[in-house]
Each structure stands twice: as C-alpha cells, then as structure tokens.
Ligand binder design. Structure first.
Ligand SMILES: [Zn+2]
Length: 699
C-alpha cells in the first residue's frame, strides 16, 4: 500500500525536505509526523485528511457528542491519548472505536490495545476534533499535564484523620492516585510547605485560576490553572476538608490535618463564592511558627527585662498592638508559656485558637451559639482565673469587662488593631472606655511588626539610596551604622534576597506620669514626650538596631514601619505585552545574533551567560520562553532545565535546548530533564522562530 506521505509528495502538497524536517523534529516533540506537518505549516489539515481518506479507503468521521460514550474515556489514560493524538469513542462488538487522524499509526494502536486490553478499530477524524474531544472529556490540558509531568511526585506529608479523638495517619489517602486533580492538589500543598507559605489562595478569574502563596507576609503568584479544572479542584479540596461539595453559593469553613517533618500542621480552609466560581483560602498553621520562647524573640536585654517585670505582676492590663499578621499571637503565646505554672489558673478566649498550649484552658468563641468575646469572657471569670488572654478587643462591652477584670485581681492580656502603642490609648477612648479605667489598669502596651530577614546565603554589603537614608536620618545619627547589608537573591530565598522574618518591638510602659496624662485625656504627642523622657524608644528606633546588625534592610523598615503594611503581590499584567524570551549561552556571538533576530520578530529579550544566572532571571522575570545552550560554565543546560521544572512557579515555562552536539544521547538527556524541544547548531533562524511559535502555541 502507498504511504500517505508518498502520496502527499506525489500530489506536491509537501516536499521531501519538509517531510525530513518533520521527521527530525518528531523525537523531541514526541508527536506524530502528520500532526507536525500541519503544525509546521507545510500542509493544510483538510488536504491531509482528503488524501488520508483516499489512501486508507476510510470515510472521515465527525466527533459529535452523539457518537461518544463518555464511559469509555475512562479506559484510556490522558497521557496516552494526548501523546498519540487519539481519542476513545465507544465500544462496538467488543472493539474499541478509536478516533485517529492517522489510522495507520501502528505504535499508537499498539499502545492503546495494550493499555485497554481491547482490539482497536480506528476511524479517521480531523486532528482538531480529536484535540477538542480530549480537552473536553479529560477536563485537563497541556499545561497542567506538563506541570504534572515535570514535578517530582514523592509527597513529604501524611494526611491525618480523627479516629475517636485520636489523630492517626489516614491510610486510605491515596498518594499515588493518577487523577490529575488529586496530583495537582498534592503538589500545591507540597510546594507551599516547602516554600514556608503561611497561606494559599486559589482564585478563579476570568480566564484562569490563579494560585498564590503568602511567604514571609508577601503574596506571590505561583501558577495558573485552567479554568476548566476549577470546579473539580474545589470539589477535591472540599471533600478532604469535610465540606458540603454541593453547596457552592455560601461560604464554608473546613479543616485538614497533615503530618509534616514530624509536626502536626493544621490547615484552615475557607471557600468564598465570587464572580468566576469559588475562591479558596487555605491557612497553614505550623506549630513551629507559634512555639517560640520569649527569650528567642530577639528582644534586647533591657527591654525584655522591663517586659518580664510587667508580666509577672498579679493584676493589670497588657496590650499587644499591630496590624493583622504582625506576630501578636506568637508574642502572647510565648508570654503565656513563660508565666504559666501549676499554681496559676490561666484561661484564654480566642478566635480562632491557633495553637494548643499545655496547661492552659483555651476556649474558642462561637458567635453563632451566642458565645462572643464578651459573653465567653463573662462565663470564664466565674472560674476565677489568675491570668486571662482575650484574643482581641473589638467592642466596648469586651473592653469594659476585660479592663474591670484587670482591676480586680486578674492579669489580662489582649490585642488591639492599632499602628503604634500610644495610639492604643486614643483607640480605647474612642471605643468609649472611661479615661480613669484605662489609666488605672494599663501596665504596658507593646507594638510590633514583622520585618523580613536578609537571606544569610546571599548577604552582601551595599549603599542604600540617599532618599532612604534621609528618611531615617534622625535614627541613624544615634546609631552610627557603618555598613549596610542586603540579600543579592539566590536559590534558597527564591531570588527575593529575604529568608524568614523577625519581630521588631516598641515597649510603652505606663508609668505614674503617663497614667496622670491618660486620666486627663492629654493629646498623644504630650504622652509621647513624657514617655521619651522616661526612656521610651519607638518602633523605628528599635528597628534600626536590626539594620546595624545586618538582619534587615532600611528599605524593608521603610516598608513596614513608615508606610503601613501593603500587599506587595505583583500581579503580572502580561496580556497584550510582548512575549519575553530568555536566551542562555556562554557564546557572545550566539547571544548577539539570536537576540537580534528575536527582537526583530517582536520578542522582548533577556540574556544570561550561564545556567546560574539564567535560573535567577527565570525566577525574577518569569519569561514566556527559555532558549538554552547545553554546555556552559557553573551550571549546564540540563541542570538548569531540571531546576526550572522542579518548582511550580517556573515549571510551566517552555524550554528549548540549543546545541552543537548532534547526538541522540544528549537530545534524550535534554528531553529527560524536561526540555520541550531540541535544536542543533548551526540553525536556520527562520526555522528556529517557527519552532518557538510551536512551543509557545502548545502552552
Ligand atoms: Zn538568598
């Protein structure tokens, strides 16, 4: 029988050269030749199908919903359907009817027969129809498949479930479930834990679902998931966290517990219906972050001494203030841990209880059952505690009960949402508390923030901008800082230059002189002046010491202390912008020639001279495409590709390998590392551009 390719050449629809070109491309692309011929623009699909129908003596079938039996789809795994460009249509007399655009693709037929254990009967269909059917019925697409293919699968956590009040490892949790949705959620969790994320946001938007992590207080875009997967992903998360999967219109709360590095990690999951579906927020409560000792918080000896002398008093009120996420809970837990003893009865009223401390009675408020802060507090007081922690003072009633309790033999701790310590006094007056009540009960107000710490792996000396130095000139004059440090950015810190956070504090002791001022409602600046005279140091002044010690940068202080905390999420607004290509080669000529060609073809170009530099750009710039040499100093192209593929943030960036080596071994090595295509030097620039377009189209 004549081959379809011979026939195509005979009819002058393609040239022998074009066929050879497609053949050369086949291994790298792992796709059938006839598909490549169409994609490379050598022949129109309708012409190809006409010839195929004649050569194979087979009519062209349409893939309409009426002919497809969705139950059969489950017989063939997605990756086989995708790899061979085939689709299982239905069963007929115990044969599997298989839609193919090349019905004589023996390799494909064999693969399907072995996998399904059914004899295969091919029917001829347009490649586009098959693609559409695969996307529709498998509910997944190339980009997700690429992520799942490239990221390693071993899960570092176990799922825990409650068995009669005891937490045990859920043996039924299928770690090796092949379903793309299960694997995707596993990967999101695994990557978040590894990145030290404090929460995960899964947000459906108009075109895709955005996955973001909050790391060290900042939100970072991690990946985009096709919108078609949103419902399934939401359902998976709801099942695992015991929510009602049918309920999509009301917000829901759920929980999940994991065992990770021998710690029990609590996940608090909330779903919120929004315009494009359900937004999911997952808070990751890691006991490691909350089990901190007072002495390891990083407070200087003088201040910690004063703080300790206040928290061992038998009665009074201690307030910790700061915006959300400034570490107030950690400080209070560390405080309770420090003062707890068998002789003391300590109770808490919290929303929510973030971490259980041994030897302390913790209660969770429950407004739905009429248990808000004030009513819970009232009932707790009947147990005559020595020490009380009220999660937050939000209203006058709670403030009133808490302050009165602190005058009648109880030591009370609470938090207030204000920016500085002295501002808390004004806030309490605004709530409606009597000035004398505030003045007589308050012992100390702590104000705190968290600043990002310079990454110890890439710390370097630098000179801050004049503008920033100016901003802190008053404080800098007192501290005589000679050297300034910052993080250059490295793999350990995700190229941000920061790793972890440290708290900074301001301790405002309410002395007799200050009490007198509060009682007569003196203005804030008058209180500040008096406090200063008595040795009070502001947050900025305390924080400067951390700059001098090389722990944080002036810029970070400016962000946290001077301007209030902002959401620094950089949402990439790429739509309509130029495609960004990163070229990696130690050969300057290649960089020059290729760069020029790409720029004239309308791409934005970034250049790197070795794999290490390229990795840095890949994280910082999030290019749309990477073209890399294989042999380079410091880090070669194979290792670079592996690194790119091992993180969710960069796993989807297509990689094309470029090399002078013309052997199959390194080509396979490249594909193995996760490269999308492989081109040998010297290359024809036009051919390279068409390959680039192909790779980008697949994404
Ligand atoms: Zn670093």
């Amino acid at each position: 029988m004549v081959s379809i390719f011979d026939e195509l050449i005979k009819e002058r629809l393609i040239t022998a050269e074009q066929l050879a070109d497609a053949r050369a491309k086949q291994v790298g692309a792992k796709r059938p030749i006839h598909e490549l011929l169409v994609e490379m623009g050598f022949v129109k699909e309708e012409d190809l199908l006409k010839v195929a129908s004649r050569v194979y003596n087979m009519p062209l079938s349409k893939l309409t919903p009426e002919v497809i039996d969705p139950r059969v789809v489950g017989l063939l795994p997605y990756d086989i359907a995708e790899c061979y460009g085939v689709f299982p249509v239905r069963r007929e007399d115990n044969n599997l009817i298989l839609a193919m655009s090349n019905p004589y693709d023996i390799l494909a037929i064999d693969a399907v027969r072995i996998k399904t254990d059914l004899p295969v009967k091919p029917i001829l269909c347009a490649n586009n129809d098959i693609k559409k059917a695969i996307n529709k019925y498998y509910q997944t697409d190339d980009s997700l498949y690429d992520i799942l293919r490239n990221v390693s699968e071993d899960l570092p956590f176990e799922v825990l479930h409650d068995q009669g009040g005891k937490l045990v490892i859920d043996e039924k949790y299928e770690k090796n479930d092949p379903s793309p949705i299960v694997r995707l959620y596993n990967l999101i969790l695994k990557d978040a834990l590894r990145s030290r994320a404090s929460d995960i946001h899964i947000e459906p938007e108009e075109r895709s679902v955005k996955v973001r992590y909050r790391i060290d207080g900042d939100l970072r875009n991690i990946m985009e998931v096709p919108l078609s997967l949103q419902a399934e992903l939401a359902a998976r998360i709801k099942i695992l966290s015991n929510m009602d999967i049918a309920e999509k219109r009301k917000p829901q709360d759920g929980r999940m517990k994991l065992l990770y590095q021998e710690r029990k990690i609590d996940l608090r999951i909330a779903t919120i219906p929004i315009a494009y579906g359900e937004k999911i927020e997952i808070r990751i409560l890691d006991p490691k972050e909350l089990m901190v000792e007072l002495d390891t918080l990083g407070i200087d000896t003088d201040s910690i001494g004063r703080y300790k002398s206040c928290i061992i008093r038998p009665q009074g009120m201690v307030l910790v203030t700061g915006p959300t996420g400034s570490g107030k809970t950690t400080t209070l837990y560390a405080t309770l841990n420090f003062i707890k003893s068998e002789k003391k009865n300590i109770i808490t009223v919290e929303d929510p209880i973030e971490h259980l401390i041994e030897g302390i009675n913790q209660t969770q408020i429950n407004p739905a059952k009429g248990l808000d802060f004030s009513s819970s507090l009232r009932s707790m007081l009947r147990q005559d505690p020595n020490i009380i922690l009220v999660g937050e003072i939000r209203d006058r009633e709670t403030a009133d009960i808490a302050f009165r309790a602190s005058l009648t033999g109880h030591l009370v701790f609470s938090t207030l949402h204000t920016n500085n310590s002295i501002g808390a006094v004004t806030r309490l007056l605004d709530i409606g508390l009597e000035p004398y009540l505030i003045a007589s009960s308050l012992i100390m107000i702590v104000s705190q923030r968290l600043v990002k710490k310079i990454c110890p792996h890439c710390i370097e000396e630098y000179s801050p901008d004049k503008e920033v130095l100016e901003k802190f000139s008053v404080y800098l004059a007192d501290h005589k800082i000679k050297k300034y440090f910052r993080g250059k950015g490295c793999e350990a810190c995700g190229y941000t230059g920061f790793l972890g956070r440290a708290p900074i504090f301001e301790f405002f002791e309410v002395t007799e002189a200050v009490k007198a001022l509060i009682a007569r409602k003196a203005p804030e600046d008058e209180i500040l002046l008096t406090a200063r005279r008595e040795g009070f140091e502001t947050l900025a002044s305390c924080a400067i010491k951390l700059v001098g010690a090389g722990i944080t940068t002036l810029e970070e202080l400016a962000r946290v202390v001077v301007f209030e905390e902002q959401d620094t999420a950089r949402i990439s607004a790429r739509r309509g912008e130029k495609m960004k290509a990163l070229i990696v080669d130690d050969d300057e000529d290649i960089l020059k020639v290729l760069g020029k060609r790409l720029i004239s073809a309308g791409y934005e170009v970034i250049k790197a001279r070795d794999g290490k530099e390229a990795l840095e750009y890949a994280f910082r710039e999030k290019p749309d495409l990477i073209i890399t040499d294989t042999t380079m100093p410091k880090m070669d192209g194979f290792e670079l590709t592996k690194q790119i593929r091992s993180r969710l943030e960069t796993a989807v960036i297509p990689v094309i390998m470029l090399t002078a080596r013309q052997d199959k071994t390194s080509e396979l090595k490249g594909i193995d590392a996760g490269a999308d295509d492989y081109i040998t030097k010297p290359f024809d620039p036009d051919k390279l551009l068409s390959r680039i377009r192909m790779v980008l189209r697949r994404k």
